[in-house]
Design a protein around this ligand. Sequence first.
Ligand SMILES: NC(=O)c1ccc[n+]([C@@H]2O[C@H](COP(=O)([O-])OP(=O)(O)OC[C@H]3O[C@@H](n4cnc5c(N)ncnc54)[C@H](OP(=O)(O)O)[C@@H]3O)[C@@H](O)[C@H]2O)c1
Length: 329
Amino acid sequence: MKAIVCEEFGPISGLQYKDLPEPEPGKGEVRVKVLATGVNFPDGLLVQGLYQVQPERPFVPGVEFCGEVEALGEGVKHLKIGQRLICTNRNYGGFAEKAIVDARLVMPVMDEVSDIDAANIMCAHGTAHHALKQRARLKKGETLVVLGAAGGTGIAAVQIGKALGAKVIAVCSSADKLELAKQNGADELINYTETDLKAAIKELTGGKGADVVYDPVGGDAFDACTRAMARNGRLLVVGFASGRIPELPINLTLVKEYSVIGVFWGSFVSHEPMVFLQNMQELFAWYKSGSVSLVTDEVFPLSKTTDALAKVMNREVMGKVVVVPDGQL
Ligand SMILES: NC(=O)c1ccc[n+]([C@@H]2O[C@H](COP(=O)([O-])OP(=O)(O)OC[C@H]3O[C@@H](n4cnc5c(N)ncnc54)[C@H](OP(=O)(O)O)[C@@H]3O)[C@@H](O)[C@H]2O)c1
């Protein structure tokens, strides 16, 4: 089978597209034929050795995918050959024609969800959902500021913020990105390359500040938000796409009585699998009703995974990109 292999941490261009032996499922595992794989910013960090988890090398990256069951390992009774599944994998493995997954970490896909959507719904939307629901406890009528609002997890936060009844202020770096955020439900728009972010948030909230900030960007944008929080606000630390992990003068939280809250979706999935499943059910209900949807920027063949990852890491993606095995495009 063909796969993308990370032989050693390094630049994305160093990933190899090569033949690997077809894997056999062990006890409690299944082998799936991969139909589509979501591409996420953390995949790009992982292969460079810049992520908080550092797998043994060589490994096949790709943390979320849609696949069809091809072989069942010992003891797996609840799945059937041919069944379509959404998969996440502690061992990664999604950028390949076949993958082995833990049978407890897969979810059957409804017929109305395409392979492309199924491959991309879990990580970015799952992160935004967990962040806004369990971590921020976002309430109807509150003001939610979403940074990087046209990115994978940002656009998900815009949609889910609206589904939870918030007023959403989208923050992006270009007019095209802001337009996408608007089409996905954002009520107010800020271009943070042209406007003072702190002043703009204050102005749009009548001087009160944001109840909740969803921050996958970090750096200067985080710094601005630390000075634009409402009393009892929640500042969600999701990621550092800007490349700078910011530091916080902690006195700001005292003076304004707000909270800074960490979000780590992978840890949530392992520690609270039942809550994760409930979240996914709610996400699919929103998907069915149309309040949540997947924005697919581009579909790449598996052999061009490095181009897909480079597009994400170079700030060029609106929504998500997807990889499918060569020959399926
Ligand atoms: N905590 C968790 O559990 C979790 C889960 C998933 C992802 N993440 C993290 O969240 C971050 C965003 O992930 P994502 O999937 O939403 O990525 P994405 O689709 O690439 O979006 C990131 C956004 O960040 C903004 N950005 C600002 N400076 C950037 C830079 N120098 N390079 C690239 N983007 C920049 C861009 O928006 P503008 O151009 O509009 O500024 C971009 O759209 C990453 O750090 C990722 O590791 C965390």
